[in-house]
Design a protein around this ligand. Sequence first.
Ligand SMILES: Cc1cc2nc3c(=O)[nH]c(=O)nc-3n(C[C@H](O)[C@H](O)[C@H](O)COP(=O)(O)O)c2cc1C
Ligand code: SF4
Ligand code: SF4
Length: 428
Amino acid sequence: MADLRSTIAGIRSPNPFWLASAPPTDKAYNVVRAFKAGWGGVVWKTLGEDPPVVNVSSRYGAHLDTDRRMIGFNNIELISDRPLAVNLQEIIEVKRDWPDRAMVVSLMATMTESAWAGLARRIAETGAADGLELNLGCPHGMCERGMGSAIGQVPEMVEQVTRWVKNAVNLPVIVKLTPNITNILWSAEAARRGGADAISLINTVNSIVAVDLDAMAPTPVVDGKGSHGGYCGPAVKPIALNMVAEIARNPDTHGMPVSGIGGITTWRDAAEFLALGATNVQVCTAAMTYGFKIVEDMIGGLSNWMDGKGYRTLDELSGRAVRNVVNWNDLNMNFSTKAVIDPALCIDCGRCHIVCEDTSHQAIRIDQGEGRRVFTVVNEECVGCNLCSHVCPVPDCITMVPEQTDLPYVTWPNDARNPMRVPEAAAE
Ligand SMILES: Cc1cc2nc3c(=O)[nH]c(=O)nc-3n(C[C@H](O)[C@H](O)[C@H](O)COP(=O)(O)O)c2cc1C
Ligand code: SF4
Ligand code: SF4
């Protein structure tokens, strides 16, 4: 059985699945239920200075596909709207009863040393926090007050806040980054310079998920008006994966512990984040969509898969895919793959043909077979773009098969077809 015990920035948890700072971690009642369900840790919903913020109604929006499955979720909620003392007392009680689970506390303050240091000290004095997470990412409501992404979008401020908190308390500090920035490396590097023990990403992405065409306002509608919110859930996973990978392969941030967040719904999502360099993962939308028990499938699925692959610990898995993330210029120009349709699985829907015909390379032929049409890939025309395999509704009906060639690995800078190529001999 794979060992799922996890340590990030010195913070230990029995498994790598934490609940992200959000409504699931808003109060003792939720967190206790989460721990009973098996979550390895939580990042408590962001604490701020009193008086607590006041939320609007309504505050959540959803991006649904045509089957009403939630692709993405958005919110215009603020940080914790409960008094600081109440939260701190509950944090003490929960940690006392669940000492083996990670208790990380998220905080947010205005851009002054006294505000950040004061709040961090209040949390540290509880003796119940295993670490702090600095919320520099909230893209709505708090940023209009000079907090959240208003700080996270300015690398100098990220560095400064991190340093203030590191100087104020003796706890591991995780800096949570905003994806609403042109280059995630600027803020990741700033966090490292400030002394961060780890970073977590992503917080939510700026979004308007839908427009209510009767109210003529973005959803969620608050008395006839809407506002941009923070997007999360399955739709943001690709954005988060890329940012995690960028950080893992950048020399100035490589090796920095990363807590991966963004659209994690299954054990496979989690494994992908780990493979791209994350040390553990955090989950919000999936718990808000399916409830706390999904962690059972995550734990079971990840450990079964690790057993099958021979990974005994998370360390053996973490970062395994990083060396295979390269720039386009490092890809092999001589590699070729072709689509192959399995006639036994094909249900004659014609989708592959129409997409290849209309938008790709006219590489799927239709013949009249006995009682139904037969679809065949014309090898010479197929460029191996993958489109047909993605639209085919039948699993494994279209597979992409690599072509056997003895051509060498050639990258674009060295490819004879590159008009800008500097031949090696001439360059010397
Ligand atoms: C309703 C809601 C409230 C949130 N509140 C906070 C917060 O207080 N502090 C914070 O750091 N992130 C907050 N987040 C962001 C999540 O912690 C997480 O970064 C984001 O949702 C991406 O993860 P997911 O795709 O698993 O939801 C909130 C997210 C949602 C949906
Ligand atoms: S892989 Fe692309 S080019 Fe080849 S058959 Fe499919 S859609 Fe057409
Ligand atoms: S999309 Fe798939 S099932 Fe539909 S015709 Fe093409 S191969 Fe057959």
